[in-house]
Design a protein around this ligand. Sequence first.
Ligand SMILES: [Zn+2]
Length: 174
Amino acid sequence: MSILTITEKGNPVLNKTALPVKIEAINTPKIQKIIKDMKETLASIDDGVGLAAPQVDISLQIFIVSKKVLDKKSKANLNDIVCINPKIVKFSKTKKWLAGEGCLSVRWYYGKVLRSTNVTLEYYDEYGQKQIRGAGGILAHVFQHECDHLKGELFIDKAKDVEYMDADSINSIL
Ligand SMILES: [Zn+2]
């Protein structure tokens, strides 16, 4: 496994639409290594809660959500969520300007982004199984942020009230 370098705003890979992964390729060593490396990379960043493949210079439709997000709600032994070819199939009509959205590729800016409070995500997991998962709270927020990455969109381009903050004053970042 290896820790990968995070791409930064200005790198064209962050503005490209990522390619879908062939379902039959999910179990190949190549894709499994990408997933392992992304998990290790995300785990190495204390304030990181989500990571999309373009953020490690891989233009494929894969993102990882850290179990750190889930730990807050449950004491169960949870794993990172691996989402391949994800698609939000339902957005709640209720939207909120959520404060404090940031991005590992746009250090150290934070802003408010209009997000649905609940979403339903369809995706393939790391075993190639199709999953459907409803999410609210921070998980809904992360799902929307990471799906934007796979469309080549950065939060900073639609955020308002953007502020620059230093590393000591923040605690979670997507
Ligand atoms: Zn991001």
